[in-house]
Design a protein around this ligand. Sequence first.
Ligand code: WQD
Length: 339
Amino acid sequence: MRKILVTGGAGYIGSHTVVELYNAGYTPIIVDNFSNTEERVLQGLAQILGHEVVCHKVDCTDAAALQEVFTKEGKFEGVIHFAAFKAVGESVSEPLKYYHNNVAGLVTLLQVMEANNVSNLVFSSSCTVYGIPEKLPVTEETPTQKANSPYGNTKKIDEEILRDVAASGNYGIKTIALRYFNPIGAHETALIGELPLGVPNNLVPFITQTAAGIRESLTVYGTDYDTPDGSCIRDYVHVVDLAKAHVAAIRRLEQENAAAFEVFNIGTGQGSSVLEVVKAFEKATDTPFPYKTGPRRPGDVPAIYADVTKATEELGFKTSLSLQDSLASSWKWQQQLMK
Ligand code: WQD
């Protein structure tokens, strides 16, 4: 059994990655503190996979509890670290909560990995480390900038920690950091997806809840940006494609010549504006919904999308699902949630 530890594996991207790991012949073992997800995700996984997935309710900042998982489960081929808080706005009002969970949690995980001679780590990073890029599309060589939120800063700091651990040559840990662009969509079965916990900050869950009548109207945050239609541009990547990128990263780390630290952009390589997403949703689902334009949201980057050459050529990974596929799957998930 090739066991892969998936921290935060009951979360949105984590749960979709658990499915793809299983499909690729690995045995995913989940660790999650359930602070930002619900047990029903495990039921969805069991229905998709046809069996329960082993899950330990553990917080990654708790070294003793994490060690107990390694002791119980025996040898892990590798670890995929998703467990982190990710709400940009919340991180501004509660930075300590973010530095503790997102940075101390990673340090604790690294120490327990070293103590158990586990060497392969895939780390969940974010395009937020690029700040407001000078040039588009962004490559992995685009300089990272002071992040525009404590959340983004934790991702930057985590990458630096992983670089230093690799450069020391003393821990035997090799890392691939995946810089996600904007994950959207849900599994085709609509048995797992992004859980609606509170009022959604992100665009697509807000759209699906507006189309479902839960929200009165979508506000497009600014149409006076220096972009073709004035609204912000992002690179929206289907969560199932993103999940598959993690399997590709685990496979690369298993190769003898794997580098000690590598970074890859994971996106489609296509930019889509907010207004284009609105229109694509209406087209993909034949469900128009009310929206209006409003003022810019502080901290928003006008435009960012990925140069995906490195992942294509070196990771052998390319997305295959379209924006319409993603939006249709998000809508199917929203409708399932309302049953
Ligand atoms: C996308 C675009 C908004 C809501 C954030 C984090 C990133 C990652 C993904 C964690 C922007 C516009 C949104 C709305 C709108 N999080 N929008 N009306 O900000 O690109 O990325 O979430 O990993 O790290 O920074 O995603 O979906 O919030 O916004 O007009 O009601 O949609 O202004 O232009 P974002 P988003």
